[in-house]
Design a binder for this molecule. Structure first.
Ligand SMILES: CC(C)(COP(=O)(O)OP(=O)(O)OC[C@H]1O[C@@H](n2cnc3c(N)ncnc32)[C@H](O)[C@@H]1OP(=O)(O)O)[C@@H](O)C(=O)NCCC(=O)NCCS
Length: 229
């Protein structure tokens, strides 16, 4: 199997399709991350990013090899509306962080971000074999919290008064979703990822022993990290 399975060219949903970023997408990043409304929801700093910061951010986080970043396009028109990523992939523990920004404001509240999140989680759990996806979100970002909850993230903690915005302190909320949560919400026959030859194929539903699960998980993520390019 080639690298595409781990870092696919596309993940297709009903209304959005996620594609690998192309260099031209930097122009959209320049608009999105200079917009105060986007900055308010996504940055610790309350000021827009500079052009050079955005270029570096795009090179590292959208095109770079340290995260699995996908551009979010509307399926019917192919319009680019945002970006999402799994970062800090940890093969020892089967975990990663999730990030998403719908940068086009007229596309907020239409369910596109929620669908993109769902596609990424499905990829993370069913193809990469990850165990846990985590994120943080500012408490005032109600739409994001509701979106994350709706796909299965649960609140696991709060960094109290971590953000100063609009004249007051806000908590930063930590959320996560586990593979077991995902399997409960999206039951389907167990499918074994095409992992390294060192990992034994399994025909039947995944055995419950923790050691076997860990082997598969590590093999899957290590395969991803080693074969992305
Ligand atoms: C956060 C984001 C990914 C959510 O995706 P989305 O597709 O726009 O969200 P949805 O349209 O599915 O709405 C999610 C929920 O929020 C609700 N909602 C929509 N607009 C809202 C608003 N202005 N205020 C509060 N809730 C709102 C929806 O009704 C829905 O609730 P429900 O699940 O109970 O039906 C997307 O809006 C986005 O990227 N926003 C800008 C950047 C950002 O905030 N990134 C996240 C940083 S942690």
């Amino acid at each position: 199997m080639g690298p595409r399975r781990w870092f696919p060219d596309a993940l297709t949903g009903e209304r959005v399709v996620l594609r690998r970023h192309v260099p031209e997408n930097v122009r959209a990043f320049q608009r999105w991350y200079a917009d105060p409304d986007v900055v308010r929801l996504t940055r610790y700093q309350d000021s827009p990013m500079r052009r050079d910061e955005i270029e570096r951010f795009f090179a590292a986080r959208a095109l770079g090899t340290d995260s699995l970043a996908m551009a979010i396009h509307l399926r019917d028109t192919d319009r680019l509306i945002g970006t999402c990523a799994l970062s800090q992939l940890d093969s020892d523990n089967g975990s990663a962080l999730f990030h998403i920004t719908i940068g086009e404001k007229d596309a907020w509240g239409a369910g596109y971000g929620t669908e993109a999140t769902s596609l990424m989680l499905d990829h993370a759990f069913h193809t990469l074999g990850l165990h846990r996806i985590a994120l943080t979100v500012f408490a005032f970002n109600e739409r994001a919290v509701r979106s994350y909850r709706s796909v299965g993230f649960v609140v696991e903690g709060r960094a109290r008064e971590a953000i100063w915005r609009e004249g007051r302190w806000w908590d930063e909320i930590a959320m996560s979703v586990l593979d077991s949560d995902w399997a409960t919400r999206h039951p389907r026959p167990a499918r074994v990822p095409d992992v390294d030859a060192t990992v034994a194929p399994v025909e039947a539903p995944e055995p419950p022993e923790p050691t076997v699960r860990r082997e598969r998980r590590v093999g899957a993520v290590a395969g991803f990290l080693g074969r992305r390019r």
